[in-house]
Design a protein around this ligand. Structure first.
Ligand code: C2E
Ligand code: MG
Ligand code: MG
Length: 357
């Protein structure tokens, strides 16, 4: 056994197969995670163990240690206090993550990033009242890469800060152009990552970008996921107040998937709850989802917030949401996220249909 440094140790188990390694690992987890007393304080540690097997997972110490490390990080991500064997999928995953991470460093300067806009529609009159800016990355060799994959990587290597600022600046510039082109007034919703939200300069940066854009502050809406808002709610209250003082609106994204403290929710300076698409999907058939969505709409109403449902794909979902008094909807039923020009065409088409051009 050796200590690598900090809280990392390596065990070498010669002449032991996978079963033996699993047995040792589970005994280690049980022993290390047992609570102990220091003075009057009960303390506990949460070990994470990754296992790599010679020679399948590596022919030398360095490769074995690296692969065990990959497996260990998987355990940490999944909640600690456990062990896991290294697998090829983990390797493919981490090799791809490394590659994407280095490719992302050049994505901005090489013009590989763009923004699509998804219409947000009022259920009152069917008009487009806003756009959600959604980031797109088109890599010349790898093709399009989903934000669900690369945003996480940009958060871990810090690139989310310049990229997030770029998205806000460009989306607001686009919003300004639409005003100049005579499009009806629209809200511009932009997603904020946890890393951006926790950065102490965020309010000042948002101020500056909004000022420079010439886009009205009270038409800017920042989307923050429920999990991030509730992670450090005291700080969130302060940051949300600062942004609200400038007239900037906030929406809580993916609402229903995190754990909201209702007492904080009440204190949050938030305009809108965005009902997560996982509840909307089966809304016409699943009584639990019906109940959850109805409860969220009522909760928002009593807190003086609006609701928007995301991922609306069918007439049935739309009818249910309308009946329950949901304010706005967004989803493929209306339109996929569109490039700027196509979005403007879409808005004009809807306006013409409403007889307002
Ligand atoms: P989100 O903010 O919850 O965005 C909604 C996602 O649902 C988008 O996926 C959108 O394309 C997709 N969607 C919209 N309507 C439908 C529908 O009817 N059915 C289905 N199945 N999906 C629909 P997308 O563009 O892949 O983005 C995924 C996530 O990546 C976003 O979730 C957001 O969390 C994040 N993201 C995207 N752009 C940015 C950005 O500029 N900054 C940050 N920090 N995160 C971003
Ligand atoms: Mg969003
Ligand atoms: Mg969402």
């Amino acid at each position: 056994m050796c200590r690598l440094g900090g809280d990392e140790f390596i065990f070498i188990l010669p002449d032991t197969g996978a079963d033996g390694a699993a047995q040792v690992a589970s005994k280690l987890v049980a022993a290390i995670s047992r609570p102990y007393l220091i003075g009057h304080n009960e303390l506990s540690t949460t070990p994470s163990i990754g296992i790599a097997i010679y020679p399948e997972d590596g022919a030398d110490m360095e490769t074995l240690a690296r692969n065990a490390d990959v497996a260990m990080y998987q355990v940490k991500r999944l909640g600690r206090n456990d062990f896991r064997f290294f697998t090829r999928e983990m390797q493919a995953h981490s090799a791809r993550a490394l590659m994407l991470s280095s490719a992302l460093h050049h994505a901005l300067e090489r013009d590989q990033l763009s923004i699509c806009y998804q219409p947000q529609v009022s259920l009152q009159d069917g008009r487009v009242i806003g756009a959600e800016a959604l980031l797109r990355w088109q890599h010349p060799d790898l093709g399009p890469i989903a934000p669900a994959e690369f945003i996480r990587i940009a958060e871990s290597n810090g690139l989310i800060l310049p990229i997030g600022a770029w998205v806000l600046r460009n989306a607001l510039a686009q919003g300004r152009r639409w005003i100049d082109e005579g499009l009806p007034p629209l809200m511009m919703a932009v997603n904020l990552s946890a890393v951006q939200f926790r950065h102490p300069d965020l309010p000042a940066l948002v101020d500056q970008i909004v000022d420079e854009s010439g886009f009205p502050a009270d038409r800017v809406e920042l989307e923050l996921t429920e999990a991030v808002a509730m992670d450090d709610p005291e700080t969130a209250v302060r940051v949300l107040d600062r942004l609200a003082a400038r007239g900037i609106g906030m929406a809580i994204d993916d609402f229903g998937t995190g754990y909201s403290s209702l007492s904080y929710l009440k204190r949050f300076n938030v305009r809108k709850l965005k009902i997560d698409q996982s509840f909307v999907r089966d809304i016409t058939v699943d009584p639990d989802d019906k109940a959850i969505v109805t409860a969220i709409i009522n909760l928002a109403y009593s807190l003086g917030m609006r609701t928007i449902a995301e991922g609306v794909e069918t007439d049935g979902q739309l009818d249910f949401l309308r009946l329950q008094g949901c304010d706005e909807v967004q989803g493929y039923h209306f339109s996929k996220p569109l490039p700027a020009q196509a979005f403007a065409d879409y808005v004009r088409m809807i306006e013409a249909r409403c007889g307002r051009v």
